[in-house]
Design a protein around this ligand. Structure first.
Ligand SMILES: *[C@@H]1O[C@H](CO)[C@@H](O)[C@H](O)[C@H]1NC(C)=O
Ligand SMILES: *[C@@H]1O[C@H](CO)[C@@H](O)[C@H](O)[C@H]1NC(C)=O
Ligand SMILES: *[C@@H]1O[C@H](CO)[C@@H](O)[C@H](O)[C@H]1NC(C)=O
Length: 328
């Protein structure tokens, strides 16, 4: 056998080995329900207990976590990049305009601290956000669904990456944001159902009240909101009836022209989304099931798995030992 032939056989052997190593790697590097079963079996119990304690004194934590989770997943994927604190002149995602309504950072930090004591460097901040949101949804009367874990934390957080759908978009414009992330119209209509526990500052819907009242808004609601919004810092519940419950009441209200934000009302008016709204308004179980599915899908957006990213020790800062740039 000549040298050439030996080299060829050797290189195809190496190729085969690489192929198997990587296929196996891909197979094991996936999100799984109970990812921490053996490495940190108390993970989900610790998260649930902390969320329960918080919820008991502040039920608005559900809206806060839903918003945090959504903002995290829609910017660079569900990688906890939203939690990184800015350093000096380097601005992270937390500094972006929409962050002002994101709360719950303290709860995530508290859970992380407990988990670091029990199982150091094991549970990612991205999974903590995901699990805490799931638990807060169930506490607010929404579905309780098993959710896969195994996400890793990202290594970049940059204010310039924040590009989120605003409250006054048309349905086709908003849909573009969701389809870009691999989500469907049905997912979008479902996820906007999170507004069933949401609030909005008056500045985001003031234009629908005056100087010319928006004809698509119920006049009694418009008059009420006008009173609420005399103070510029005032806010309104997006579901004026069951404001702290995850139910289908939001959909029923928007079919009665009681949507607060333009996008809420448009959801019931646009030909594409209206039939979905009608079906959710008519059946709370259909909505509940769809909500669980859409939340699981959203929590899958561009996740880091396997050996990608890192497991942060402190959710607000990248691990020092790796000498990472705070913000790229
Ligand atoms: C973890 O345990 C739960 C409950 O027994 C099981 O459903 C799940 O498949 C397990 N996951 C893994 C990755 O072992
Ligand atoms: C949100 O952004 C503002 C600046 O736009 C910043 O002052 C504030 O600290 C940020 N909030 C959080 C929780 O990081
Ligand atoms: C509020 O929601 C409950 C539960 O969906 C419903 O039964 C009730 O009719 C609603 N009230 C109003 C004023 O819309």
């Amino acid at each position: 056998m000549n040298i050439m032939k030996m080299k060829m056989i050797l290189s195809s052997l190496i190729g085969l080995l690489l192929f198997y190593c990587c296929v196996i790697h891909l197979v094991s590097a996936q999100l799984q329900v109970g990812f921490y079963n053996s490495t940190c079996p108390q993970t989900e119990t610790i998260v649930r207990q902390a969320v329960q304690n918080q919820f008991n004194s502040d039920p608005s934590i559900t809206a806060a976590l839903l918003r945090m989770h959504f903002h995290d997943c829609f910017v660079r994927g569900c990688d906890a990049s939203i939690l990184i604190k800015s350093t000096g002149s380097k601005k992270s995602e937390r500094e972006a305009g929409p962050n002002k309504t994101v709360r719950g950072y303290e709860l995530i930090d508290k859970i992380k601290k407990t988990l670091e004591t029990s199982c150091p460097s094991t549970v990612s901040c991205a999974d903590i956000i995901t699990l805490a949101t799931r638990d807060s949804v169930a506490l607010a009367g929404g579905p309780n669904y098993p959710i896969p874990t195994g996400r890793r934390d990202g290594l970049t957080s940059n204010i310039a990456d924040v590009n989120l759908p605003g409250p006054s978009l048309t349905i086709p414009q908003a849909l573009q944001f969701f389809t870009n992330k691999g989500l469907t119209l049905n997912d979008m209509v479902t996820l906007l159902g999170a507004h069933t526990v949401g609030i909005a500052h008056c500045k985001f819907f003031q234009g629908r009240l005056s100087p010319v009242p928006d004809k698509t808004m119920d006049p009694t609601l418009a008059a009420q909101l006008l009173k609420t919004c005399t103070k510029s810092s005032a806010t309104a519940f997006l579901d004026q009836n069951t404001s702290f419950t995850i139910d289908n009441e939001y959909y029923r209200e928007i079919t009665l022209r009681k949507g607060i934000l333009t996008i809420d009302q448009e959801l019931a008016l646009d030909k594409s989304s209206a039939p979905i709204v009608t079906s959710f308004a008519a059946n709370k179980d259909v909505f509940s099931q769809s909500f669980a599915n859409a939340m699981i899908k959203m929590a899958n957006i561009d996740v880091l798995v396997g050996s990608a990213g890192e497991i942060r020790k402190n959710c607000g800062v990248f691990n020092q030992k790796a000498n990472r740039k705070v913000v790229n």
